[in-house]
Design a protein around this ligand. Structure first.
Ligand code: FAD
Length: 673
């Protein structure tokens, strides 16, 4: 038949899993027009990934739904290691905190992927309405082809990507669910539905079933999972190997005399394999169980998963846990898989079509990283695409997606490789037993890995968005070039504990006007704005007061780092928000007298001063002393200036006088208006 005329949209996201939903969330918060397509008819209701790391929860908070996780998730406090004693009897070797102490306000929590998708969908709905973004989630839609017009790829006004989409009929869009004979459905077990998911079961017809459609987009992002269609259309590959380890996963309400069933545990038996215990919400426990009896085919390297049943997984778990007993009456979900450890060679084509999440990296789930790293990929990408669509930023910032995220994926695979080997191996009998796993090494790798697994050790390299020391072409005058951008190195020593390239840390500060304590991070919302954190120092000192006033005057000059990027008809804080933390005694300081108006600007529509911009490092009435300057490693008298990216990563640090540095930082990240 004749194709209908192409419609246009800014962004098409293929795949509404965690990575696609995170991307759509950014676009809803920043007001971009996007279509989120999934070939499946419904979201996931249960099963699959369940671990939420610290950084992921910080990101959820920045979008406004970390509270829902706090209410529903199980918080894992303790990790226990169970190992064979010298005589081969299973015993508890050690216990320690599951999350390294002091790294974040959030700790590792577990909740199944279906609930997390629910929170995303609700948040997208709310913000798309507020910002007028027009982000639609469309199910039962399968892309048939994708083409990029290379000629217009660099034209910011063009829609160079053309896709043909097919709206599936109900039968086509409903995946095969029931695993043979087990009686428990995989992924869509409907009696386990949360009440607020039931609306999703009512089939909404689009009226387009069975039809094809052509859509033209500025950007397309493939978040379509491990077997990514987008990736194969681009001709990109994943590099790496399948491993020989076959694992079974059981989500059950256990009946057991094993004492640590409400802890996260690693269990290495002497000769009957290993398992991991993940305590969960609603009395559930997830067991990751090594299945030694199912071996990959010698020729293909693939295992036959169809022979695996929940009963077989239970039997293997019982052997590992002996002499403790384990039974269940309720199985919520189960699956089995063979681990492949692979990373994509390319994360984008022409910075017009991107890949994120499992589409560019696959690995074992036991470190709880799949969903987290996938969401963090698209968290890195979403605001960059939004800025380019809005023509706030040059398209060259899109190159930093691959340079920042590919290294994370490689680190992830390296970590997973080490961790899986140590986890799946048989414990060594003694120091001479080289084929066995040294359990002390397992502990060491686990503890090192905990920091990596939290997501907080991410340290993005030098780029046009990260002004730090690093290898790039020196120009002789101390500055150098990344792409066409002049990079002025940050003065890291001014904020010792805010490494440039890492997420800006958080400490308690008080609102200057009302005295209310806040974690400063709560003000770093994911709304697409850059932030300049002005550590104003001791503003009651005359010389320091002068420095702060001069800094504000510079910012207010025509053509300044602030004015150049802010449209005249928009609020002064609309592109770059200035937040102040000072260190004078709160009770001796007055907002209106001691701080220039720029730091607490008038709100739009004559709504009075903005009282939520100036904070102080001082003792609170009820919640102690945040000691923020000490925490950030900033001098209490002189302060400093820190630029923070829209995703919360530190981009630049300078003195109050380093206006040129700030100027070149924003000249790199943002276009002039
Ligand atoms: P996915 O969650 O895979 O989302 C991809 C989405 O794209 C899906 O909704 C899919 O329907 C859609 N899609 C795919 N192809 C197309 C197409 N051509 N057109 C339109 N839409 C398409 N992780 C753990 O940490 N622990 C576990 O126990 C665990 N178990 C898992 C069990 C299973 C059966 C699966 C599939 C995954 C499991 N994972 C587990 C992995 C975890 O779910 C992923 O790491 C995480 O979901 C990655 O998110 P993503 O958004 O990148 O991809």
């Amino acid at each position: 038949g004749v194709m209908p005329e192409a419609s246009k949209t800014d962004v098409v996201i293929v795949g509404a899993g965690p990575a696609g939903l995170m991307l759509a969330t950014w676009l809803a918060h920043t007001g971009i027009h996007a279509r989120l397509l999934d070939k499946r008819q419904t979201k996931i209701f249960t099963g699959q990934a369940d671990g939420l790391q610290c950084r992921t929860q910080e990101i959820f908070e920045s979008f406004g739904f970390a509270d829902r996780v706090a209410k529903e998730a199980y918080k894992m406090e303790e990790f226990s290691m169970w190992n064979p004693s010298p005589s081969g009897v299973l015993r508890r070797d050690e216990r320690f905190p599951d999350t390294p102490v002091g790294i974040s306000r959030f700790h590792e929590s577990v909740l199944h992927q279906g609930r997390i998708e629910r929170f995303f969908l609700d948040n997208i709905g709310k913000y798309a309405e507020m910002t007028g973004a027009g982000v639609s989630v469309e199910r039962g839609v399968l892309p048939l082809s994708i083409e990029i017009d290379e000629e217009t790829a660099e034209d910011p006004d063009a829609y160079p990507v053309t896709m043909v989409l097919r709206h599936l009929t109900e039968e086509e869009a409903t995946p095969e669910q029931s695993k043979s004979g087990s009686g428990v459905e995989d992924g869509l077990f409907r009696s386990n539905l949360a009440p607020d998911d039931t609306a999703d079961l009512v089939r909404r017809t689009s009226g387009k079933e069975g039809r094809e459609e052509v859509v033209r987009a500025k950007y397309v992002v493939g978040c379509d999972g491990a077997h990514s269609w987008v990736r194969s259309q681009l001709g990109f590959r994943l590099e790496g190997e399948p491993t020989d380890y076959i694992w079974g996963v059981l989500d059950i309400v256990p009946i057991t005399n094993f004492p640590d069933i409400r802890n996260r545990c690693s269990v290495h038996s002497e000769a009957s394999g290993s398992l991991m215990v993940i305590p969960r919400e609603n009395s559930l426990v997830r067991l990751y169980v090594q299945l030694n009896e199912v071996q990959p085919d010698a020729e293909t390297g693939r295992a036959d998963r169809t022979s695996i049943t929940p009963e077989k997984i239970l039997k293997a778990a019982q052997k590992t846990l002996a002499p403790y007993t384990l039974e269940y009456k309720h199985c919520h979900w189960w699956t089995a898989y063979q681990i492949g450890q692979r990373v994509g060679t390319q994360f984008s084509k022409l910075e017009r079509v991107f890949l994120a999440g499992d589409a560019v990296h696959t690995h074992s789930p036991k470190a709880g990283q799949g969903m987290n790293v996938s969401m963090q990929d698209s968290y890195n990408l979403g605001w960059k695409i939004a800025h380019c669509v809005q023509k706030k930023a040059p398209r060259s910032i899109l190159k930093t997606y691959q340079s920042e995220r590919r290294r994370i994926a490689q680190d992830l695979i390296a970590f997973d490789h080490k961790f899986s080997r140590l986890f799946s191996g048989r414990p060594a009998k003694d120091a001479a037993d080289e084929a066995g796993v040294d359990l002390k090494e397992f502990k060491r790798v686990f503890l090192q890995g905990a920091m990596f697994a939290s997501g907080l050790s991410v340290d993005y390299g030098r780029s046009m968005l990260v002004f730090k020391e690093g290898s790039a072409k020196e120009q002789g005058d101390g500055t150098d070039v990344v792409g066409n951008v002049k990079v002025v190195a940050s003065k890291q020593e001014l904020a010792k504990n805010c490494p440039v390239g890492m997420r800006f840390p958080t400490f308690q500060v008080l609102n200057q006007s009302g005295g209310r304590p806040w974690q400063f991070q709560q003000w770093l919302k994911s709304d697409g704005r850059y932030r300049v954190v002005l550590f104003a120092g001791n503003v009651k000192d005359t010389i320091q007061q002068k420095r702060v006033r001069t800094w504000c005057e510079e910012a207010e000059k025509e053509g300044s780092w602030l004015k150049r990027h802010t449209p005249k008809d928009k609020a002064i804080n609309s592109i770059i928000e200035i937040l102040t933390i000072h260190s004078s005694a709160r009770k001796e300081t007055e907002l209106l007298d001691d701080f220039p108006a720029l730091l607490h600007p008038l709100r739009e529509n004559d709504m009075g001063w903005d009282y939520e911009k100036v904070f102080v490092d001082d003792v609170s009435y009820h919640h102690g002393d945040g000691r923020a300057y000490e925490g950030y490693g900033v001098d209490k008298a002189r302060g400093c200036v820190v630029a923070v990216r829209p995703d919360g990563y530190t981009g630049f640090i300078g003195e109050l006088e380093d206006v040129d540095g700030l100027d070149s930082y924003f000249a790199a990240c943002l276009l002039d208006v």
